[in-house]
Write a protein that binds this ligand. Structure first.
Ligand code: IMP
Ligand code: MG
Length: 186
């Protein structure tokens, strides 16, 4: 039995298995290594959802990189973006003149990342690219496009590999569809 078998009871289906995630992350790391050859990008992890993806991705990049972290939230405790984004933990470094790669868990409405991208542009980044683990285009409410993504997913609420529902399920190794009764309160 899996060590987190208890957590899997709240899931409806495994959408993407851990091994498949790791293969995609490896390929993305190789792509970034090629694209940024000769550069030293700042990789900005959007906490907390992206933390596991970020840790795996960094180790697949064969370049010097600067690590930095931001917490931006547009969600309350539900499953819909409120459209109201706040930076709750800012970057440690000045990114003026730097090549920035923003690493996010999922682009859903795109509201969080459009906001962040604008903030980083205003600070004078030399370039800004978005690397997201998951892309959920069905619910997009902005024209934001990810420069790099590992998987496009259907309009389902997913958890695991860093993604949460009310701070839970981040520690599931696979990306899973949560049983709707968990968030509909039935
Ligand atoms: P956006 O601003 O609507 O693009 O939302 C981005 C944030 O919403 C992500 O960073 C996630 O934290 C959260 N989010 C969106 N969809 C899901 C999902 O299916 N599962 C878990 N979190 C999600
Ligand atoms: Mg997030």
């Amino acid at each position: 039995m899996k060590p987190n078998a208890k957590l899997y009871e709240d899931t409806q289906e495994i959408l993407i298995r851990h091994e498949e995630v790791l293969n995609a992350v490896r390929k993305l790391g190789e792509m970034i290594t090629e694209d940024y050859r000769g550069k030293e990008p700042v990789l900005v992890c959007v906490l907390k959802g992206a933390c596991i993806f970020y840790a795996d991705l960094l180790r697949e990049i064969d370049l010097h990189v600067t690590m930095d972290f931001v917490i931006a939230s547009s969600y309350g405790s539900g499953t819909q973006s409120t459209g109201n984004v706040k930076i709750r933990k800012d970057l440690d470094f000045d990114i003026a003149g730097r090549d920035v790669i923003v690493v996010e868990d999922i682009v859903d409405s795109g509201i969080t990342l459009s906001f962040l991208k604008r903030v980083l542009q205003d600070r004078g980044a030399a370039s800004i690219k978005i690397a997201t683990l998951l892309d959920k285009p069905a619910r997009r409410r902005t024209d934001l496009k990810a420069d790099y993504f590992c998987f496009t997913i259907p309009n389902e609420f997913v958890v695991g590999y860093g993604l949460d529902y009310n701070e839970r399920y981040r520690n599931l190794p696979d990306i899973c569809i949560l049983k709707p009764e968990i968030y509909s309160g039935k």
